[in-house]
Design a protein around this ligand. Sequence first.
Ligand SMILES: Nc1ncnc2c1ncn2[C@@H]1O[C@H](COP(=O)(O)OP(=O)(O)OP(=O)(O)O)[C@@H](O)[C@H]1O
Ligand SMILES: [Mg+2]
Length: 236
Amino acid sequence: MARKIVITSGKGGVGKTTLCCNLGVQLARRGYRVIVCDLDFGLNNADVVLGVENRALYDISDAVEGRCRPRQALVAHPRYPTLFSLTSNRVLERYVSAQAVRLVLEALSPQFDFVLIDSPAGIEDGFHRAAACAEEALLVTTPHISALRDADRVAGILKSYRFYSVGLVVNFARRERRRGGLLLSEEIAATLRLPLAGIVPEEEKVFSENIVERSRAFRLIADRILAAGIPMKGGA
Ligand SMILES: Nc1ncnc2c1ncn2[C@@H]1O[C@H](COP(=O)(O)OP(=O)(O)OP(=O)(O)O)[C@@H](O)[C@H]1O
Ligand SMILES: [Mg+2]
């Protein structure tokens, strides 16, 4: 059965989709069978980041409503044979319940190792739907104090879900210490009382390429997820 990991954040634009897709690539490169499931119905873009946009004949709403089998809603990645994209449909959002999405993912689960669920930012319905479909969570934040307050709010709510594990990923990290109001990743983890699953530095390349196959940071996060089953303490 697939491990289902939701990727969440308090603030928008902190790198959830980037992490979700790059983690998917890193796991697929090791031969694991991975679904990147986009449950950010309002602003779905994981297919674009993966470079498989316009390839989907069906999306998750079609699978939920029986217009296709769950497997038919998956788009195989042309470059990574064990990586699949499951897109959402912004038009039909109001019809899709967490329970219905869970059933689709349950049907796919035996044939896969990981389902990585891209969640919308914040704590609205879309977040709860994504969280309700997972057993593990990664919370993404940036080192800015403004992002931390939102992350703290989400961290509190994640606790009520009784996930098997919750790990923290600090994105847009800078190497310099304490400059311009940026916090150290270890301080952030201590404040949020979450184990650090990874630190992703701010990179020019991510802007231009979306998928950075050789990224050490994403590789290390994949290693941690694989090694422990749950994220372990320690930085990149
Ligand atoms: N480590 C990084 N270095 C440089 N650019 C990054 C990094 N991580 C993400 N980005 C860029 O930041 C932007 C936002 O990232 P992304 O879309 O992954 O955030 P998000 O949390 O999914 O946003 P949303 O809340 O809107 O869904 C993108 O243009 C992405 O390429
Ligand atoms: Mg996103």
